[in-house]
Design a protein. Structure first.
Length: 441
């Protein structure tokens, strides 16, 4: 397609050189209409110019087709107009072509081709292309992965005022990725992006001020940034603002306000907010005490993998109550998931189940191994009377104690708890007796 259209693009370029001044007035009006989202006027002004070969008009026409702005979305048409303008060295169109190839829109996805067009536009100073090219290097798409090269292109876009690039540069300095780790430099770039209204940067300014990274720790300033981002719908900021209200961090403690922001974050599937709402309903903090409502929130968070919620839900099934009946199979499901993520309360409760043989095979070795993993936890402290009875009533032999020590070490390895535990329980199963041999009678 490129070979076929190149002569056509050249012909358009020759025509463009002879266009009268009125064309450029129409072009200015068309671009202004597009920027105002008056797409009908933009199309009326730009389409005739694009047909005459004006590259900027062609680029904008490609943009309109690519995003369905004032016209039916049509990637094939976008590709055609972008290519005509790109071959006349229009940087915006070259970036647009890179975008189409990057995401396989109207063409077969081709990262190398995307990099080619992003590079041509980026070298002309197009800040969008510079950011896109930076991403390709950071991800290693179409080019060898190169953090320094990625940082270089994002810095070029950031220095031209791209808020998104400024935010990414802040992240790179915060992580020391492609640049020397520097929290102060990170804050500088976050601040620049935040001042332009870039919402993730505004939230991150809250994080940096709360932690005292690159700036003096200031909870009030952190809360200010969280509120700015939360008001714009940023779910992480809503959760952080809810927790600040709950704790009274940088503001007066206000449980009702905490519930308000946590509900907004929970509605956007922030599992930590859902778990916190479960806790607040369980304790009656800022809301009426309601175990059923607590269980509802715990379940929403638990299915997203939130280990504290998995433990709380498993604990509810283990003990039973007004919210859920005793259901040891359900308890085991959630406690295992939480325990495997390192939740000490869940490990403690699993130990109790194995000590008593409640819903699982009775195993003093497994019980002691799980107890050892959780003995320093608050949850274990709460269950201390129960464990004192278990330890007294179900003593284990020296061999079993050594086996429990070994099992505990295996379970302590990263994400190895369930594998080690299940292997131990499987090894406890009695072997089936071999069938007796029978000879001829």
């Amino acid at each position: 397609m490129t070979t076929y259209l190149r002569p056509l693009a050249l012909a358009f370029a020759l025509v463009s050189a002879a266009l009268p001044l009125t064309v450029f007035a129409d072009l200015k009006d068309g671009v202004a209409a597009y920027d105002k989202q008056d797409y009908a006027t933009a199309l009326a002004e730009l389409k005739p110019l694009a047909d005459q070969g004006e590259p900027k008009a062609q680029a904008y026409l490609g943009l309109m087709y690519a995003f369905g702005n004032g016209i039916a979305l049509d990637y094939a048409e976008a590709l055609k107009w972008y290519l005509l303008a790109a071959e006349q060295e229009n940087a915006r169109a070259q970036n647009g072509l890179g975008y189409l190839y990057n995401y396989g829109l109207g063409v077969t996805r081709n990262y190398q081709e995307a990099v080619k067009w992003y590079t041509r536009a980026a070298e002309k100073g197009d800040l969008r292309a510079q950011g896109n090219l930076g991403n390709m290097y950071l991800l290693g798409f179409g080019v060898p992965q190169d953090d320094k090269e990625g940082a270089k292109w994002h810095l070029r876009a950031a220095n031209q005022g791209s808020a998104d690039a400024q935010f990414i540069v802040g992240n790179l300095y915060r992580a020391g990725q492609g640049v020397v780790l520097d929290h102060s430099a990170a804050v500088k770039w976050y601040q620049m992006a935040a001042d332009q209204g870039q919402t993730p940067a505004q939230y991150t300014m809250g994080v940096m001020n709360r932690a005292g990274l690159g700036v003096p720790q200031d909870y009030a300033v952190a809360a200010k940034w969280f509120r700015i981002a939360a008001d714009k719908g940023n779910a992480s900021a809503q959760y952080s603002l809810g927790m600040a209200n709950y704790i009274g961090q940088g503001m007066r403690k206000d449980l009702k306000e905490a519930v308000k922001w946590l509900n907004l974050a929970a509605a956007q599937d922030i599992a930590s907010a859902q778990n916190m709402l479960g806790n607040m309903h369980a304790k009656g903090e800022g809301v009426p005490q309601d175990d059923k409502e607590a269980a509802k929130w715990y379940r929403l968070a638990a299915v997203q993998g939130e280990s504290d919620a998995q433990y709380s839900l498993g604990n509810m099934y283990q003990k039973g109550g007004s919210a859920v009946p005793i259901d040891l199979k359900e308890a085991l499901i959630w406690l295992r998931l939480a325990a495997d993520q390192g939740n000490v309360g869940a490990r403690n409760n699993l130990g109790v189940m194995y000590a008593e043989g409640a819903g699982v095979p009775q195993s003093g070795v497994a019980a002691y191994a799980l107890y050892k993993l959780s003995e320093e936890s608050t949850s274990s402290e709460e269950n201390r009377p129960l464990w004192n009875r278990i330890l007294k009533e179900t003593p284990i032999t020296r061999e079993e104690s050594q086996a429990a020590e070994n099992l505990s070490r295996e379970m302590a390895k990263s994400r190895n708890l369930l594998l080690a535990l299940d292997s131990h329980i499987k090894g406890m199963a009695p072997k089936e007796a071999a069938p007796k041999e029978t000879g001829p009678q």
